[in-house]
Design a protein around this ligand. Structure first.
Ligand code: ADP
Ligand code: MG
Length: 777
């Protein structure tokens, strides 16, 4: 007898070989198969007549094959099939469609699905007033199709799955059957239909009172209805995965995710942490170092952080604030609270540039300060991977002996040897750069005295995290948001321009430099024109822009071009201007006379440090760089950010880059320079950059464009894989799931009986461990 846990290979018509195929797609059991929901549906009970269709949208049409022909065209063979309903016809076209030559027989019924377009020949004939009767009004390019079963079909047992009902369509699972047929929608339908026929019952996963309260169907009913919807189910509900059946299945998945996250938070609260005190010494210390009046938002988040630090449980807090919102000073204040309590603080930054910058500004901030509790100056040190081994060992020794209080560094802080005397607080700057899995490795390190308390952790990020992701990825953290900018900032003027107007850009940069301002020029790659260099998380556009057309060039530009040509390797891809090459070109060319600097990820730490320091001191007017300057770099006198090949950058990245300017009182500019051909998606990104400076709005758009997996760039993993839920689509259900999960774990519904409650926790343990692997036993 079939059960949910039955391996798929025991299901009729699957067997060993297909079972292996399915396993590669993560489908091992009957349950996995059942949760592979259709991605769309066709209403073959009430098919649309062709006469009622309008071009432009997706259409699902059932008709009879009238004829087909394989045409030879200049771009290869093209297969045409004419589908008819009475007098009305639609032309279906497949490029390179030779393989379809013998597929269709006149008279067969076929269901097609695709984007309906009006036929040009039809329009022309119509306007000339000589409309031949057989001409199709519409065409569909590359439609999906299914030949419908006829009465004499050997498979007519299953005919009722394909006609006269709402038919599920599945994403192909790849693989083939034993006789070489693909694992098509039709195959899935038959398998799932049989399974649902045979499956006696399935264990319910949500308590009955909860289902009743939320108005959700039971589990088996939901699975049945999602695969084989009842006639009359509204098509828009099915297509948007918002039928009661869908909602229940999606809710279930999100509910267990949120319940797991809330459990994780609770567990964390049970662990031992340090209860810092905030007496007058601490208050004096904080006052002493504040270089300006904090904003209301800075005060509020500091209060939230200090509130956590005073509690005897470890803090796990994420501080979100747009670039330039002033997170650093808040972090430094939190650091002082721990230090005045006699603890060490570690501040981790994702890059050496940023760690060094934090180190220098911390030194400056604390230079004249005297610790009220020890009556001595604060001791700050820098620990990065590129330190000389001897110096590194020496620094590690001082950290271990408790001779330094604030330790600023990169990943080197996470190395085994970096033991602390008594680490009380870990601050992770630009947390998203580290990756989720990595984020708390440091906190698990026991102190030198062997105490088992966890340090507090404050993670900071300037990537505004859309709420859907915050609820999933960071659902185990408490969140503070700085939603206000320090006073005196003028909005950054953002402009778009194309590369043929580059001379205007250089003129503008010169003008700003003449005013004593500084500029960044950012390129996607270091040198050459290959885009396989790791400096950039390229925007993921489905279509690459076609290669640039031969540009029209003036004599002057042709000269510039010839310099460029020397430095660029011939390549098939559109040519990219690169930082190192442009640095050479510009300092002898368009920007001659200004002080240029070059910064990129392949330079040594020393080189980078020297260049950054010179830029900070104003000795460099124009910093030619890659995205290494993306995070954290703070030079208030810089007022111009030029991003070349802006069409190649992701939104979050452009936003971060733009955040490097507008940090002082002077008016700042962000210039997005593009090639002449820009994809639709890139166009949307550029327009969004111009339309808003609000990081959260941009983040939402970025999430919509790239999807949750890509949102943080390729380095980021740790997002749960969903079976039925989709974070972009199911936001409302995610909120509901969170509310219900919190309610359940805090104070279960009085209507719930003990066995219900236990069953939910039991299921959480099984499912959660297996699916997300986030909870330790
Ligand atoms: P981010 O949140 O991006 O890390 P920073 O902490 O680097 O931002 O702050 C950006 C700039 O704003 C810095 O130059 C900092 O000194 C300044 N700043 C921060 N808070 C205030 C404030 N309350 N008033 C004036 N300037 C501030
Ligand atoms: Mg910062």
């Amino acid at each position: 007898m079939l059960e949910l846990s039955t391996p798929v290979k025991y299901v009729k018509r699957i067997g060993e070989r297909i079972g292996e195929n399915l396993a590669t797609r993560g489908i091992h059991t009957v349950e996995d198969l059942l949760y592979h929901l259709p991605f769309r549906y066709e209403d073959r009970l009430n098919p649309q007549p062709i006469s009622a269709l309008t071009p432009g949208g997706m259409a699902s049409i059932i008709g009879e094959v009238r004829g087909s022909v394989l045409l030879r065209t200049r771009s290869g063979p093209m297969f045409e099939m004419t589908l008819g309903q009475g007098l009305a016809t639609v032309k279906c076209i497949w490029f390179h469609g030779s393989y379809l030559k013998d597929k269709f027989k006149p008279g067969q019924m076929v269901a097609v699905y695709g984007k309906l377009e009006s036929s040009r020949t039809f329009k022309a004939a119509e306007s000339s007033g000589s409309l031949p009767p057989a001409l199709s009004k519409f065409k569909i390019i590359q439609p999906q199709f299914e030949i419908l079963p006829s009465a004499g079909d050997p498979d007519s047992e299953f005919a009722m799955l394909e006609i006269g009902r709402i038919v599920p369509v599945y994403e192909s699972l790849g693989g083939t059957t034993a006789w070489g047929a693909k694992l098509t929608s039709r195959w899935m339908r038959r398998i799932l239909w049989s399974i649902l026929q045979e499956l006696p019952a399935v264990p319910e996963t949500l308590p009955a009172p909860m289902l009743a309260r939320l108005g959700f169907p039971g589990r088996l009913a939901a699975l049945r209805a999602a695969h084989f919807p009842e006639a009359g189910t509204p098509m828009y509900e099915l297509m948007s995965a918002s039928s009661p059946a869908h909602r229940r299945l999606i809710f279930e998945e999100l509910f267990y995710l949120e319940l797991g996250l809330s459990l994780k938070r609770r567990k964390m609260r049970e662990r031992a942490g340090t209860a810092f005190t905030t007496g007058s010494a601490v208050r004096d210390a904080l006052k002493q170092v504040l270089p300006f009046h904090p904003t209301a938002a800075q005060k509020r988040v500091l209060a939230e952080i200090v509130g956590d630090m005073r509690r005897p449980q470890p803090m796990r807090r994420l501080l979100q604030g747009d670039v330039g919102s002033g997170k650093t000073i808040v972090a430094m204040q939190a650091a002082l609270v721990a230090i005045e309590n006699g603890y060490q603080v570690a501040l981790m930054a994702p890059t050496e540039i940023l760690a060094t910058q934090h180190y220098l500004s911390a030194r400056k901030l604390l230079a004249d300060a005297v610790s009220p509790s020890t009556a001595k100056p604060y001791r700050v040190t820098l620990l990065t991977g590129s330190l000389e081994p001897a110096i590194k060992r020496e620094t590690q020794g001082r950290i271990m002996r408790g001779e330094v209080q604030l330790i600023i560094g990169t990943h080197a802080l996470q190395e085994e040897k970096a033991d602390f005397a008594n680490l009380g607080l870990v601050i992770v700057d630009e947390q998203h750069r580290f990756g989720v899995q990595q984020r708390f490795r440091l906190m698990r390190k026991p102190g030198a005295d062997g105490r088992v308390t966890d340090p507090d952790v404050l993670a900071m990020t300037a990537t505004p995290i859309p709420r859907t992701l915050a609820l999933t990825l960071y659902g185990d953290l408490d969140v503070s948001v700085i939603d206000e900018m320090p006073p005196g900032r003028t909005p950054i003027v953002t402009r778009r321009t194309t590369e043929d107007r580059v001379d205007d850009v250089w003129a503008f940069v010169r003008k700003q430099a003449g005013l004593g301002r500084q500029a960044y020029l950012v390129y996607p790659v270091i040198e050459g024109s290959r885009d396989d260099q790791p400096e950039l998380d390229f925007a993921h556009d489905p279509e690459e822009p076609p290669a640039d057309p031969p540009p029209k060039r003036t004599a002057k530009k042709a000269a510039a071009k010839s310099i460029r040509a020397k430095t660029q390797r011939p390549t098939e891809k559109p040519k990219l201007r690169a930082a190192a090459d442009m640095y050479e070109e510009l300092r002898h060319g368009a920007l001659a006379g200004l002080h240029l600097g070059l910064l990129h990820g392949r330079q040594s730490a020393d080189e980078k440090e020297v260049t950054m320091a010179r830029f900070k001191r104003g000795e460099i007017d124009v910093l030619v760089s890659t995205t290494v300057i993306e995070v954290g770099v703070d030079v208030p006198n810089a007022t111009v950010m030029v991003i070349d090949h802006a069409e190649r950058f992701g939104l979050a990245q452009m936003h971060q880059l733009r955040g490097r300017v507008g940090r002082g009182a002077a008016k700042s500019y962000c210039i997005l320079m593009t090639g002449n051909r820009v994809t639709e998606q890139a166009e949307a990104r550029l327009n969004a950059m111009i339309a808003t400076q609000n990081g959260f709005e941009l983040a939402e758009l970025d999430l919509q464009q790239r999807g949750p997996g890509e949102f943080f760039g390729t380095r980021q993993t740790g997002l749960p894989e969903f079976r039925v839920a989709n974070l972009l689509r199911d936001r409302a259900l995610l909120e509901l799931a969170k509310t219900e999960a919190e309610r359940f774990s805090a104070a279960p519904d009085p209507a719930l009986v003990r066995t219900d409650i236990d069953a939910v926790w039991e299921r959480l343990k099984q499912q959660w461990q297996r699916r997300y692997g986030l909870v330790e036993a």
